[in-house]
Design a protein around this ligand. Structure first.
Ligand code: PTJ
Length: 252
């Protein structure tokens, strides 16, 4: 469908089209539509903009990625459809592999997501060979690459489900989430939770990483130590509550 750029909901409608195209291409799960709709609802509540709390979390996420020994970027069907270029740019910037890891697992979809990322220029995409398992996790997300998520110290896990986040944390990994829902189990549990739309979050993360690259490791470590994820999430929830009580929602 051709969406006129003048449409007030242009950016949001384009994202819907990308998800639908992802489903048609066999990359995105049909359930990805439901997850996207939930994300849209929370985006509406935060005013479809990056909140200061998301910027603060992004600074710390960048510090974690720059001080990590073995960072890995997890990619699912929604992420591959919405932001292939951005995850690839991130992977190159921090020299971290992309790993396809999906909840509604089929071998075919893993293969298609990997091929889709490679068509967009990705060089290292793991996940098609799942030679390790995350212990204590029943879902297909437990299937991981031994040299990828299994060995990682920091995992960037956008649009994640709470179970895997919890299991990764139990394995001693640090998890950076990108999730519009500040109340999701993932947001509540992650080491650093960026509550923002994936497109905006990755654009900010890429820009922040570029400016932080020259910052010393000791300063980055101090930023990580000073960060309180729960407190930061409370700022997001407070912002939503304030907007709801003042009826400040945008008129769409
Ligand atoms: O490709 P698969 O099989 O791995 O499936 C991917 C989905 C996303 C369908 C799967 O992981 C899933 O069902 O996820 P959940 O449990 O619905 O959680 C997805 C979270 O992402 C929800 O909390 C949404 O609010 C959030 N979300 C959805 N769209 C966006 C988003 N967060 C940031 N940006 C978005 N565009």
């Amino acid at each position: 469908m051709l969406i006129p750029q003048s449409h007030p909901r242009y950016a949001s409608l384009v994202k819907r089209e990308k998800i639908v195209a992802g489903i048609k291409a066999g990359i995105t799960s049909k359930k990805g539509l439901i997850a996207h709709g939930r994300g849209e609802a929370f985006d509406y509540l935060i005013g479809e903009r990056t909140l200061p709390a998301a910027r603060a979390a992004t600074e710390v996420a960048a510090a974690l990625l720059l001080t990590a020994k073995k960072p890995v970027i997890s990619v699912n069907g929604n992420v591959a459809a919405l932001v292939p270029e951005q995850v690839i740019a991130l992977s190159k910037l921090i020299t971290a592999p992309l790993e396809v890891n999906i909840f509604y697992w089929t071998e075919e979809r893993v293969r298609r997501i990997k091929a889709h990322l490679e068509r967009h220029g990705a060089t290292t995409v793991l996940g098609d060979i799942a030679d390790a398992r995350i212990p204590g996790l029943e879902s297909a997300r437990a299937r991981v690459a031994r040299d990828g998520i299994f060995a990682a110290d920091v995992v960037l896990a956008p649009l994640e489900d709470g179970d895997r986040c919890e299991a990764l944390l139990k394995l001693g990994k640090q998890v950076i989430s990108i999730d519009l829902n500040p109340l999701s189990r993932t947001s509540q549990q992650a080491t650093v939770s960026i509550v923002d739309d994936i497109e905006r979050a990755l654009a900010n993360l890429l820009a922040t990483l570029q400016t932080q690259q020259s910052v010393g490791k000791a300063i980055l470590a101090a930023r990580i130590a000073a960060f309180d994820n729960q407190k930061n999430l409370r700022h997001v929830v407070d912002e939503i509550a304030t907007r709801l009580t003042r009826a400040e929602l945008l008129e769409f």
